[in-house]
Ligand binder design. Structure first.
Ligand code: NAI
Length: 326
């Protein structure tokens, strides 16, 4: 058996974590031969609820669960962490403007970035799930000057998975037949789900669907799916978000499927003309615990316009918290 790795999860008593933690502990994220120590962070008032979640984790008697740490101190929860899933965030309260939301979260993610910088493993792989995820990841990254910016990512895998299922339904195929899906940009309603490279059982997706369906049905459905779930369920997507976090981390740690890629919001190196340093979702392949942006994807005018719109939103979010960025 391998030595245990340390997996920190914030917002550990929340909805997403209630699905996520059990799947990490069962080996679905890092493999059935990889023991894990869960290091759980919550705010002080939620520590009692976290105790209950930890009791349930114990009661599963997971063979791979090598320990549980519970804390309201980020320097305890992130100590030597090999993986950090930053799920906890401040939700939008009544009367809160987008700017207030950005600022409230900037306070949380700057503190957590500093704590990661101080105590986590130098190779820690960070996934930000809490919204606004891309900008929260940017803030954490900028507050962790001693860590490689490539270690900070944000989640657009849920959008990617939503796009796979919508296309599978439309083309009467299985998600197993679909490859080369890309979500570009922000995890928000400006995200751009791009079908131009997608293959359905080896055939170009754009040859199987009408442009009108693509532009006026598929794209808005994927963009608005989160809101549609809140309307139907009366609560935001939790199990599917946890599932996407598992997919994101598993691919990053263990590699993407041969001949395919995935979508990850990562530190832009200027590829495809996207401003350097933004946390922007690109098509990525992963191998040996590292990711790489897929190069050479053809961008037509339709795509370019949408890629720029979501880039502009991210730049505006960054500028709104500029005074809080080191
Ligand atoms: P939730 O409200 O059920 O749980 C959040 C938990 O975070 C709470 O237990 C809260 O006490 C904790 N928390 C708040 N501030 C914290 C801090 N500073 N340190 C540690 N813990 C803290 O929310 P849920 O449903 O679990 O969602 C979590 C976040 O994920 C939300 O921001 C949501 O918008 C986001 N989300 C992101 C998705 C994506 O695709 N990127 C998809 C779905 C949700």
């Amino acid at each position: 058996m391998k030595a245990p790795v340390r997996v920190a999860v914030t917002g550990a008593a929340g909805q997403i974590s209630y699905s996520l933690l059990f799947r990490i502990a069962s080996g679905e994220m890092l493999g059935k031969d990889q023991p894990v120590i869960l290091q759980l962070l919550e705010i002080t008032p939620a520590l009692e609820a976290l105790k209950g979640v930890s009791m349930e984790l114990e009661d599963c008697a997971f063979p791979l669960l090598a320990g549980i740490v519970q804390s309201d101190d980020a320097t305890v929860a992130f100590k030597d962490a090999d993986y950090a899933l930053l799920v906890g965030a401040r939700p939008r309260g009544p009367g809160m403007e987008r700017k207030d939301l950005l600022e409230a979260n900037a306070a949380i993610f700057s503190a957590q970035g500093k704590a990661l910088n101080d105590v986590a493993s130098r190779d820690v792989k960070v996934l930000v799930v809490g919204n606004p995820a891309n900008t929260n990841a940017l803030i954490a990254q900028r507050n962790a000057p001693d860590l490689d910016p490539r270690n900070f990512t944000a989640m657009t895998r849920l959008d990617h998975n939503r796009a796979l299922s919508q296309l599978a339904n439309k083309t009467d195929s299985s998600v197993n037949d679909i490859t080369h899906m890309t979500i570009w940009g922000n995890h928000s309603s400006t995200q751009y789900p791009d079908l131009h490279q997608v293959k359905v059982a080896g055939t170009a997706a754009m040859d199987k669907v009408e442009q009108d369906w693509y532009a006026n049905d598929f794209i808005p459905t994927v963009q608005q799916r989160g809101a549609a779930i809140i309307k139907a369920r009366g609560a935001s997507s939790a199990a599917s978000a946890a599932n996407a976090a598992i997919d994101h981390m598993r691919d990053w740690a263990l590699g993407t499927a041969e001949g395919d890629w995935t979508s990850m919001a990562i530190f832009s190196d200027g590829s495809y003309g996207i401003q350097e340093g933004l946390i922007y979702s690109f098509p990525c392949t992963c191998k040996g615990g590292d990711w790489e942006i897929v190069q050479g994807v053809e961008i037509n005018d339709f795509s370019r316009e949408k890629m720029i719109a979501t880039e502009q939103e991210l730049a505006a979010e960054r500028d709104a918290v500029a005074h809080l960025l080191p």
